[in-house]
Design a protein around this ligand. Sequence first.
Ligand code: ZN
Length: 744
Amino acid sequence: MQWVKVLGGVVGAAALLGLGIIVGHFAIPKGADSPAPSASASQDLDLKILETVMEQLDANRIRENLRELSKEPHLATSPRDEALVQLLLQRWQDPESGLDSARTTEYEVLLSFPSGEQPNRVDVVNSTGAVLFSCRQSEENVTGEQGGPNVVPPYAAYAPPGTPQGPLVYANQGSEQDFKELQKEAVKLQDSIVLTRYGGVGRGAKAVNAAKYGVAGVLVYTDPKDINDGKSLPNETFPHSWCLPPSGVERGSYFEYFGDPLTPYLPATPSSFRLNSDNASGFPPIPIQPIGFEDARVLLCNLGGKLAPADWQGGLGCDYNLGPGFRLNGIFPEDSQVNVSVHNRLELRNSSNVLGIIRGAVEPDRYVLYGNHRDSWVHGAVDPSTGTAVLLELSRVLGTLLKKGTWRPRRSIVFASWGAEEFGLIGSTEFTEEFFSKLQERAVAYINVDISVFANATLRVQGTPPVQSVVFSAAKQISAPGSSGLSIYGNWIRYYNRSSSVYGLVPSVGTLGAGSDYAPFIHFLGISSMDIAYTYDRSKTSARIYPTYHTAFDTFDYVDKFLDPGFSSHQAVARTAGSVLLRLSDSLFLPLNVSDYSETLRSFLQAAENLRDLLEQHNISFGPLVTAVEKFEGAATSFNQRIATLREGTPDPLQVRMINDQLMLLERTFLNSQAFPEERYYNHVLWAPRTGSVATFPGLSNAYSQAENTGHEPAAWAEVQRQLSIVVAALEGAAATLRPVADL
Ligand SMILES: [Zn+2]
């Protein structure tokens, strides 16, 4: 079945290419769809060009880009967001340093904003309804950048409006386990307001879990223990250090899925079919509002009830009790309640992506994509502008070489500035929906650089196994910032490493979840993807993320003074991502090592071994999975040998293209759109979310947990068998893709 799918893809691509040439005759300047006249089919990575690019990536220009990008708040679709669309277009259309072409694509998408007239409120009220205490409605204006009409007040995007009131309960991180614990302790949850802290589970999950217990409303705050290594006094926090000030509030999307909520699987063009927003799913079921730890302290330190468990305690300087309601001799009468007023509104807005293209000289119909989102919550200096500042510098350096006629890549490069990521990866997801077929047939890889610098200690990369080798090659040839004399690779391995059965000690490359715009590329489209950044020394901080994340304190000065003075970590990321981009766009053979998937498959198989006896007790044969993994390993090894042999000779351009198509399409063979019908966009059978505890193939792990939790019902075991077969079919398909093309 996978074979047919791949064969169909190749035939389809050929047909489209033919169509492209015919259409191109009328629509596109002559030559745009064919290799450049001077191009040689054997064009390969030019190390001199690579060296030039590395040298020209300038830390100070990145700093100046960041200053401009983060000068004003640029919430998705705001006037400043639109002004930045123009800035990107202008840079990419510059006659001296621009790209071949640049354009915008617009989508009409459903966003959520707080009401301008009725601010969201959190009040403590007594039994007569008199207000005893109110949480801040905005962050303290500490640097002059936290006020003004363009600073969106803290809110939970997509939380429904409502004004619930009830006794307060502390629910730790709001996980399923936390609510079970409260139930066990006989804390009344029905009609209560629960206070949760960020972390543990996703934002929206806190409200989803709470609603199951009849909770009426949810508050969420950032605990200083989780974000500031315990520091909470104003003089210990920004602008005196990188720590979050007491009034700081993390904004964020509480939408459960990604993409435009009203047009799943369809691009959100104005004429597209839209769900009625009442029928759209994935929004929090009850009102939820984020607050700062300054206000959380007043609420939490006055709670009554039993003492919360030790691992529920935090850094507010008091014992955290469970509630419900306030304690005797606290600052509020015991029967006081908390009233939460949420007045968020859903609005259809036009959001733009900006695309900048460098046409490939030899294989213009193969795309290497490089992207980041543009929209922020407030000034968004770190998130996302550290990434966009790097993107602009990289495109300037490549654009300059291009305009001078010094260089043109072998394959096409597509730079992207995505809109409305903060609301749920919306711009990138709509792009993958609109160009689904074209990207499936022609996209080689996707590089995401969102927050480029979380901290200045070491490189951090997440990606699928085939990208490991190209990232390592790049990181070995670039010096790490600072005086260590180490390469980026040598520095990286000191902080994050693992023992590989193939290579020994190597830096560890993380897996891709759904934290940024790579998600639709890897999960929906099966395009080999990666996310590149500089990050923390974990021996120095346990902060959940950089402390001012999604607050009005994420400003230029914050980056300039505390995250990366001198911008050398930015430059290191620009060089690493730039080198990876050039290697992918210019190398004769795509630098993706498919056999690095074998190690992952082996570890999944080993974890699954623990289930073998139980599976066989239920008449599910484990043998086909073992055989499929072995087939993949064998096919990958001989595939790499074929490449090595071809490299030794003078390969025919069509042979090279055939190999490169196999390399490109391998990731696609792991897709199965029927594998997880309840999970929107998750088609990749190796990287879908794993909720089961066994560290194996996610579908198998989840189905197995389900079978255990439902008391081993036959239907649950049938699903285990189905998931096992899905994995076997995908691995068989993957092996078939790597075998010589005539060998079915
Ligand atoms: Zn971001």
